[in-house]
Design a protein around this ligand. Structure first.
Ligand code: PLP
Length: 393
């Protein structure tokens, strides 16, 4: 018998399903199977070589040591500049924390503001880590589900209570690609306005928005909310830099100091060569984000068109990020659509070599999430295999 016994903390939350299935898909591919992986949470493009060169040059010059916990001043200035330009709000270095990915910044934010029993409102479908991170800090995830196609401010207002501490917004959304409209955000802000509650605005995908949709931040709607909004950003998705682990938080100085204090005891600074890479991306090679965005539109259109041809599959056309969240429950009889869709995903991978993520990981078991950050050939072949698995001749 193992000496190890998992702590109550470890037992209190779930492992990331998206990472688990993607790992299985990678293992099968390494064994020589032909795998189409729609499961990934990252761009298939490599980090542009100019950005890699900057990190290499910086490391050669000695940027290989710990830096200030919150990141080098030059990086924080670069992040502040990008936020000032893109959001139209004057951001300052001391309002920025650079972290090992946006993920770490989100966790430190929750640690910094949530007391045990506090409620955190999360809109479904949601990014897998939101509810689990809330549980890890002793908070209570309050999930809001849309009765219609999209969640309304009234549906959010209905769950607001005196224990509401945070409302998490994620636009564009992982997993649905939904971009929140100005009216929706205004309505959500009004629903918590009378409470001492924060907005965590996870803007990880804000550079990947497809016209006519337009990214809008709560900060652009009402600058008075600066005192109660924490923005999360990342180099991961905009510049194809997931492995460099460099993200950030932008918020009031006091909040950033608290998050820095937490980070100082957990990881210290993010990796210093990664800081050089992110700084170069933000200041010198920002055009790559636009280039990726343009290339992704084509793939989105291909994916959506191919899915449309499969009977009993429905989805909302994504306006951002690089995922389609598709309802396939019509293919599974009776009331047990949940387990069927979920077990279908395992069968799809093992028997047809296609990895998709079951929607249960994102709070809706009728759906699957497909990433379209794949070559056009792979998108077409993968959808052909899914169609075949759903509608065997
Ligand atoms: N937020 C969302 C919605 C995400 O999808 C991800 C990554 O998949 C993150 C945050 C964290 O990204 P990173 O830690 O790579 O910056």
């Amino acid at each position: 018998m193992s000496f190890f016994k998992a702590s109550s903390l470890v037992r209190s939350f779930e492992e990331s399903q998206t990472l688990l299935l993607s790992a299985r898909a990678k293992k099968l591919a390494a064994e020589g199977r032909s795998i189409i992986n729609f499961g990934g949470g990252e761009l298939d493009f490599n980090t542009p070589s100019e950005i890699i060169d900057r990190a290499y040059e910086a490391a050669k010059k000695g940027q290989t040591k710990y830096t200030a916990v919150s990141g080098l001043p030059s990086l924080r200035k670069a992040i502040a500049r990008r936020i000032s330009e893109d959001y139209g709000v004057g951001a300052h270095e001391e309002e920025i924390l650079a972290s090992c990915g946006g993920k770490q910044a989100i966790y430190h934010f929750l640690q910094a503001v949530v007391e045990p029993g506090d409620e955190v409102i999360i809109l479904a479908p949601y990014w897998v880590s939101f509810p689990e991170m809330v549980k890890m800090v002793g908070g209570k995830p309050i999930i809001v589900r849309a009765k219609g196609e999209r969640i309304t401010p009234e549906e959010v207002a209905a769950v607001v209570s005196d224990r509401t501490k945070v409302l998490i917004l994620n636009s564009p959304s992982n997993p649905s690609g939904t971009v929140l409209t100005e009216d929706e955000i205004k309505g959500f802000m009004e629903s918590i306005a009378s409470k001492a509650a924060w907005i965590l605005s996870d803007d990880t995908y804000y550079r990947l928005v497809y016209a006519p949709a337009r990214f809008i931040s709560p900060l652009q709607i009402d600058s008075d909310w600066r005192k109660r909004v924490c923005v999360i950003g990342s180099s991961s998705k905009s510049y194809a830099m997931t492995g460099w682990r460099l993200g950030w938080a932008f918020g009031p100085k006091e909040l950033i100091l608290a998050m820095t204090k937490l980070q100082s005891q957990v990881t210290s600074s993010p990796a210093s060569p990664s800081q050089a890479a992110a700084e170069a991306a933000l200041l010198e090679f920002d055009g790559v984000a636009e280039d990726f965005r343009t290339r992704l539109i084509k793939r989105r259109d291909l994916m959506v068109k191919a899915l449309k041809d499969i009977p009993k599959v429905s989805y909302l056309k994504p306006d951002g990020a690089f995922y389609v969240f598709a309802n396939i429950s019509g293919h599974f009889a009776g009331g047990s659509a949940g387990p069927s869709v979920t077990s279908f995903c395992s069968q799809l991978l093992e028997e047809h070599g296609v990895c998709v993520i079951p929607g249960v990981a994102f709070g809706d078991e009728r759906f699957i999430r497909l990433s379209y950050s794949l070559s056009e050939e792979h998108i077409s072949e993968g959808i052909r295999r899914i169609r075949h698995a759903l509608l065997p001749k």
